[in-house]
Design a protein. Structure first.
Length: 428
């Protein structure tokens, strides 16, 4: 099944249809026409899983924030305080990505919106093109590991783990990774000043800066607290928190005076497109793993793992390494749908916390956004960047940030409490 899947992907078949086609072919070979019943059951499972309704709402939040031009206000408000810091524009870009990731959880939306604001500004100040590329791509990828994350909403039901626990668990690793990104950006600007020429900033009254920041930054932060706090605190389900956030973004745009029917329409259309793409891949992956398990693939995989005698840590590291390698050629949804149903039982049997493993898996998946050749973060930037930034600049720019992602992974591996302390505290 895997050989067939990769051959079809290699010939350019969209991954959703490659997984569906493989599942139908092998399911029919094993069970004949009766495979149709399994396919219908999988459609029912996916479409009646109400956790997935949160995807629509979080996507809408990000789309509405972009269409209502709230991001422009945020960028200006943050830059007021970071302008005098070495690499100020790059620091502003990553900080903006952190805030935007915490309001939408969508890598593509975060990178596109922030990139459109940051690329012209940094080019105008003669920033190094690799630093421009790396800061935008890496900052955008934080949407994976900073809650509310769309991938968590997808991954939780697949791994049979609480979405709320995962949202709480990724908070500290996500902030740690963001801290590494910011530290590296400042350090490279100090060591190589030509990478990020210092800006000449006219002094503005302190209270004016405070008023500007309060007007642009405080309302979105309140929105973040409402959405994340309700999920992490167990007050609301992800879909309920997403509904509150979606309504909040509309009200926020009205308060700022940027709400228009055309902006609402554009946000809705973008939401439908992104949600349809995610859901068709989830459905295809569910059908694929269902056929794989039904035809004996899970038992075979478990027997192979047991026969290798890798030990608990060997199994854990092997799964993460396989996920990292697949990140070079597959998107995160496909990797999660293919690997998790197979390996989560083995990881649990090895005595590891499934929540901890899922968070490690999420960090590993985040690297797939930056690792060529199939690096979605680079493709997003390629679509919005001017011709002055070459693809080679982007490949070089993301390498240090990939290293920082792997460093975060090693730290969470060595100190599991970073990921498990907050969920355990909330449960107690």
């Amino acid at each position: 099944m895997f050989a067939c899947l990769f051959v079809m992907i290699g010939f350019g078949v969209p991954i959703a249809f490659a997984m569906m086609g493989t599942a139908v072919a092998f399911g029919y070979a094993a069970f004949g026409p009766a495979v149709a019943f399994q396919l219908v059951d999988k459609v029912g499972e996916v479409t009646t899983n109400f956790v997935f309704s949160a995807i629509v709402l979080f996507v809408f939040m990000g789309s509405m924030l972009a269409e209502a031009r709230i991001a422009e206000r945020l960028f200006s408000a943050i830059h007021v305080w970071t302008a005098k810091v070495p690499g100020g524009l790059a620091v502003t870009t990553i900080t903006m990505c952190i805030v935007f990731a915490a309001t939408s959880g969508i890598v593509g939306a975060t990178e596109a919106v922030v990139g459109l604001l940051a690329v012209p500004a940094m080019l105008k100040k003669n920033y190094n093109k690799s630093l421009i590329s790396g800061s935008i791509c890496a900052g955008g990828s934080l949407g994976t590991i900073i809650p509310p994350s769309i991938i968590v909403v997808v991954l939780g039901p697949i791994a049979n783990v609480s979405v709320g626990d995962l949202m709480a668990g990724i908070l500290f690793p996500g902030l740690l990774m963001a801290f590494f990104f910011l530290t590296y950006t400042v350090a490279i600007a100090v060591v190589k000043p030509e990478y990020a020429p210092r800006e000449h900033v006219e002094a503005t009254p302190f209270m004016e800066n405070v008023r500007m920041t309060a007007g642009a930054l405080v309302p979105p932060i309140i929105l973040i607290i409402i959405v994340l706090g309700s999920i992490i605190g167990g007050v609301a389900a992800p879909s309920e928190a997403g509904a509150a956030g979606a309504l909040g973004t509309v009200l926020l745009s009205m308060v700022y005076g940027t709400f228009t029917l055309s902006a609402l329409r554009a946000a809705v259309i973008q939401t439908v497109k992104v949600t349809a793409m995610i859901m068709i891949i989830i459905l295809a992956g569910s059908i694929f793993t269902g056929a794989f398990i039904a035809t004996g693939g899970l038992k075979m995989s478990t027997d192979i793992i047991a026969g290798l005698n890798l030990g608990p840590w060997g199994v854990l590291l092997a799964v993460l390494f396989i996920g990292f390698l697949l990140g070079f050629v597959l998107d995160w949804i496909s990797i999660a749908l293919i690997l998790l149903p197979i390996f989560v039982p083995a990881i649990t049997q090895s005595g590891f916390s499934p929540e901890w493993f899922c968070i490690l898996f999420l960090i590993t998946m985040q690297t797939s956004y930056l690792t060529p050749p199939l690096a979605p973060a680079i493709f997003y930037l390629r679509a919005i960047a001017s011709g002055e930034i070459k693809t080679t600049d982007m490949y070089v720019g993301v390498l240090p940030f990939i290293g920082l992602q792997l460093l975060t992974l090693l730290i969470v591996l060595r100190f599991p409490a970073i990921a498990l302390w907050l969920p355990e505290r909330l449960l107690n």
